[in-house]
Structures are given as structure tokens and as C-alpha cells.
Design a protein around this ligand. Structure first.
Ligand code: SF4
Length: 73
């Protein structure tokens, strides 16, 4: 997940992608490091990046991504 100006995510959760852009770091499993693997909830919900805020949970795009990862709707 790419960060935008104004995002206030703690620095230790960030990384740089191959284009030099700041993104959310990923764990070895490829998932965002801010994701609680047990509950599948965001551990930084109050300060999650803007792009996370506009990606509506339960939207067709959300359901498509969940299905692609083998997760239930
Ligand atoms: S909502 Fe939270 S856990 Fe999901 S990608 Fe954004 S920062 Fe990571």
C-alpha cells in the first residue's frame, strides 16, 4: 500500500518500493506488517494510510481481493 502526503503511519512500519516510493512494509508472508494475522484487523486503524481508508470493506474490489487470497467474503 502506497503512502501519500499527510499519512501519519509510524516509520518502523514503512518501506521503500522498487520505484523509490514509500509503502507499507510487508511481512515474509507478503501481507502488510500492520495486519494482525489472527484477527485480520488493522493494528493502526486510526492512522491507516489514506488509500486504506478509501478502499471500502465489502466493496466488489474488496471481495475480489479476498477471493484471490482464498479468504471468505
Ligand atoms: S488497512 Fe491496515 S493492515 Fe490493511 S493494508 Fe492498510 S495499514 Fe495495512
Amino acid at each position: 500500500m502506497r503512502l501519500l502526503p499527510g499519512d501519519r503511519v509510524p516509520g518502523h512500519l514503512l518501506a521503500e518500493d522498487d520505484q523509490g516510493l514509500t509503502v507499507m512494509a510487508r511481512g515474509r508472508d507478503g501481507w502488510c506488517v500492520a495486519l494482525d494475522r489472527g484477527s485480520l484487523r488493522c493494528t493502526i486503524y486510526a492512522v491507516r494510510p489514506l488509500l486504506c481508508r478509501v478502499f471500502e470493506a465489502g466493496s466488489p474490489e474488496c471481495l475480489e481481493e479476498r477471493a484471490a487470497d482464498g479468504l471468505p467474503p
